[in-house]
Design a protein around this ligand. Sequence first.
Ligand code: NAI
Length: 381
Amino acid sequence: MKVGIPKELAPERRVATVPEIVAKWVKAGISVGVEAGAGEQASISNADYENAGAQIQPSASALYAHSEIILKVNPPSSEEVALFPESATLIAPLAPLRHLDLLRQLVGKKITAFSIDQLPRLARTQSMDVLSSMSSLAGYKSILLAADHLGKLFPMMTTAAGTILPAKVIVIGAGVAGLQAIATARRLGAVVLAFDTRPAAGEQVKSLGADFVSLEVSHEQAQDAGGYAKEQTAEFYRQEQDILRRYLKDADVVITTALIPGKRAPLLITAAMVKEMKPGAVLVDLAAEQQGNCELSQPGNIIRQHGVTLIGLLNLPSTLPVHASQLYARNLFNFLTYLQPQWEKNEFDLTDEIIKSALILRQGHVVNPLVQNALQPAERA
Ligand code: NAI
């Protein structure tokens, strides 16, 4: 098995593996090629990879030519796919329904593609779950960004000049990102209130020292069979906006994290609600990757509207490239260790939930039913 790690295209700063994992693969008899400079932005030198047993390839074309399995942090560009060897295996978060043109190009190259963002949420997939690892980092960074843009302190502070009250932080969606945002805000001394449609989130929120408002949805209504949030009715979102409106007026910082897989993020904060917020408040929209939970968020930008700073920056994990790469690499190591016996026999067990969910293309044939439906009939396997 020959694994290849390309340098991700700028502005991405993460890399798909780290020396710790290279050493494990080499010990297991797997050859690892790394493109020169691939780890530079994550503070990993070529020498670090070489010392762990990797071979440094001078260019992307040399790297791909020596790779049977390509590991990436982002979906490949068409220029990158053009360099892939025919019949190679690709493991990356492909968000397949949003990248049908990319899939068509991969089909033409007879690629076997695993989309690491499509894993089902099971106890045995937790160690492979790149979405959770990256969400956790995004949650942490959202609070640092908010603290940096807020003209106030987070903690209560008693000084000779009197006492300063703690900042009030609201977190909407207490999943992986939201819980990390709550934990980080609490560490900085803020008073935190969180909302979620999953009543079960309440206990986790409270264990972090925050208050919880349940939005009263049953477990079945809140989550699908894969463990991902379900879309609610328009009436539900309207009622949710009414509840949120009452609390937002008083908040210094709002972090929104509500996502529905494959869909536009639910609109939870309207322009009118932003207008009613305190001047100087900061809203970080972690759903900006999917058009945002706030009507005024501009994905990729920081703007000020009605006196409120709205942060819609994308790809926050890339701003923490050292630990993001380390966690990502460990997730991929666990996935590849699971996949290896099937890959070596070239027999993939489609009754296995992990393989069935992640395998999108098998030697250029579309095997994932959702992707099959999204493509034109003539393109289906
Ligand atoms: P997510 O990114 O899909 O959504 C973020 C949070 O927003 C979720 O908690 C969701 O319930 C909440 N949400 C959705 N719509 C909302 C709305 N309208 N208003 C307020 N909140 C809303 O979810 P995430 O963070 O990736 O994970 C959520 C759950 O899945 C957690 O219970 C987590 O422990 C579980 N999980 C399980 C895994 C496994 O078993 N392998 C892996 C990852 C997460």
